[in-house]
Ligand binder design. Sequence first.
Ligand SMILES: N[C@@H](CCC(=O)N[C@@H](CS)C(=O)NCC(=O)O)C(=O)O
Length: 228
Amino acid sequence: MLKLHGFPVSNYVNMVHLALLEKGIAFEYVLTYPDQTPEFLAKSPRGKVPVLETPQGYINEASVILEYLEETGTGQSLLPRDPQARAYVRSLMKEMELYIELPGRSCFVEAFFGGTVPRAIKEKAREDLAGGFAALRRHGRFTPYVAGAEFTLADIVFLYSVDLASTVSKGLFGVDPLADWPAARDLLQRLGEKPHVQMLARNRDAARPAFVEAIKARLAAAAAAAQA
Ligand SMILES: N[C@@H](CCC(=O)N[C@@H](CS)C(=O)NCC(=O)O)C(=O)O
């Protein structure tokens, strides 16, 4: 049986978790926090989660795991059949990861954990987020799903990228990227009504306070060590 290694506060883990649930694939959840031990690096070369354990070995990188799950052909397909339409979904997924999730992530320490992000990084994130959201607005369909009438992998990446990046943008830059974009807000709400999404949100919200405290403690220890 497949095993998903990860923890419930991770948006990347939740992308894979939701795909497994929506596709109806049997799997085991192995609560795993990322680390840099040789044991974990043997499974995930950069020491990150999610990691999918298959009977043949380990697969890292959320987008690659999502593609792997499609390629097994098990459960509901979350990519269109037509190659052009598949490429469209994949473009949207990549654009959201590169131009929305990652710039937002560069400021997580300040937005969620009380740390400070250098001004130059914040400035770059502000510009990148504006460009990334503009690209999604230009390229997505939102009729009602990101890529059109069907729920696809692009909606999973949207759900778990846009909420966090919007929080960063609002909190640090005073800009709500969804303020004058009702179609995107409607889609977030529609996705949020899915029972599997609600279950993952409950798990995430229950685990988040302890996770935030652990990160804050780690940041404080690093700051103290830097001063010593
Ligand atoms: N590119 C990776 C990113 C995964 C990622 O950033 N995971 C976070 C948790 S949300 C993590 O493991 N962070 C630990 C670290 O960066 O050391 C993927 O797509 O799987």
